[in-house]
Design a protein around this ligand. Sequence first.
Ligand code: BGC
Length: 503
Amino acid sequence: MKSVLLICVTYLACCLASKDESIKKFPDDFLLGVASSSYQIEGAWDEDGKGVSIWDHTVHKAPMIGNATGDVASDSYHNLDRDIEMLRELGVDTYRFSISWSRILPTGFPDHINQAGIDYYNRLINEMLKYNIEPSVTIYHWELPQALQDLGGWTNPLVGQWFEDYARVVFDNFADRVKLWITINEPKEICMQAYVHVVNEPSSYGSGITEYLCAKNLVVAHAKVYHLYDKEYRHKYGAKVGITFSTGWYEPANPNSEADQYLNTLQHQSLIGIFMNPIFGDGGFPKELSEQVAEKSAAQGYPRSRLPEFTDEEKALVRGTYDFMGINHYTGLLVSAENVPQYPSPSLSDDVGANLIQLDWWKPGSAPWFRWMPNSLYKLLKHLHNAYPGVEIYITENGWASDQGTEDDDRVNYIRSALDQALEAVEQGVKLRGYFVWSLMDSFEWGGGYSERFGLYDVDFESPKRTRTPKKSAFVYKQILKTRSLDHHYEPESSVMKIDEGH
Ligand code: BGC
C-alpha cells in the first residue's frame, strides 16, 4: 500500500512539475498591453472642430469594402469611459493609442489649436493614469491632414517641419504624462502603399519615385521629432522615443539558391532596411538596394537614381535617433527568383524583382494578405537582435484577423504562439521589452472596411452605441496579464467579464 501511495505521489509531483514548467513567466518589467489607432476607432470625423484628414477625404470619395468609412467607426470619441473600462477589465499595463493630427490641428498647421481635441486626449490619458495604465502614444498613424496632402504630403521635403510643428503641440500638451512615444506607425505602409497602390490614401502617385521620396522625407521627419524631444522635453520627462515598423518576415523560398538568398536580402532592404538602416544602421539607405535602384534607373534613362541619397549632414541627423525599435508583426513571405511576375516599371516591386509566396498550408486569417507563417516572430526577433545588437524592442502590434464572432480560438492560439516565441527570444537574449495585442476592439480596418476583425472585444457596428463584448481571447489575455505567465491549457470558466480589485 505504502509503495503504491509513493508511486502515486511521485507521479503527481512529476506531472505537476512538468505542467508548471510548461507555463512560461514574463520578466517583471515586461509591458503587456493592447493597441488601437485614432482613425480606426474614434469616429466623430467632423465633430468639435476636427479638420479633414486624408482618410476622411478618401472614404468619402471612394468608400472601402462594404461602403465602409471611419465616420463613426467604434465611436471611441463618445465611448471613452467604456474603453477605459475594457482596459481595466483586461488589466493591461499599457494602452497604445494614436493622436489624430487634424483633431488637434484642423488646418494641419499650429495656427489654430483645437481645444476640444486636446481635451479628449487629456481625458483619455488622465483616466488611464488614474488606473495605473501607462499611455503609449503614437504621434502619427496614417492620418495626414488633407491640407498637407494637397501640398504633396510625405513627398514634400517640408513635411519634416510640419511634423515637427505638430509634434511640439503634442509634447507641450501631453509629454508630462507619457513615458513611451512612437513617432510614426509603419513607414512602409505610408510610403509603399499609400503612395503606390489604391488601398491606402492618397493612392494615385507615380510608383518607383514617390515611395522613395516619401521614405527619405519620413525618416528625416522622424529624426527631427526625436531631436525635438531630446532637446526640449527629455530632461523634464525622460520618456523613450522610437518608431514602429511593419515587419513581415521574409526568407528564401529555396534556402540553397543563391538567387533566392540575394533577392531575399533586397526584399528585406526594400521594405524594412530602407527605413531601419538610416536610423539604426549607418545613416543611409541599404547598400545593395541603393546599387540596384541606381542601376535600374540608369538603364531606364533616368539621369540619377530614383532612390534619393542622404547628404552627410542628413545622415548625421538621422543616425541613432531611437531609444527603442517598435515592430508590428503579423505574417511573412517566401522570396523566390522563379516565376517572377511582370511588375509595372518603374516600381519598387520591379526594382527588387522577386516572386513572393505564402504557402497554402499556412492557416488563413480573414484578411487576404494574412496567413499564419509558423515561428516567423521568433525568427524576426533573432534577426533584428543580430542586425542591430543591443537595441531594445517592443512588439507594438500583433494579432489575428478573424470574421465577426466572440468564439475566436484562432486568435487565442495565434496570440499564445506569438507570446511563446517572444518569451523564447527573451530567453535567447533578445532585448524585448513589451508586447501589444492588435487590437483592443474591432475597428475600421482600412481597405478591408469592417470585414476583418482584429479586436479582443467584438464591436457591434449595427448598434448606435457600438456595443462592445469581450471575445474568448479577451478572457485568455486577461488571465495572461493576471498571472504574468503563459499557460497554453487555460480555458476561461465564465463569460462574465469583471474588473479585478486593484484595477
Ligand atoms: C496597422 C493597423 C492595422 C493592422 C492590421 C497594421 O499594419 O498599423 O492600423 O489595422 O496592421 O491590418
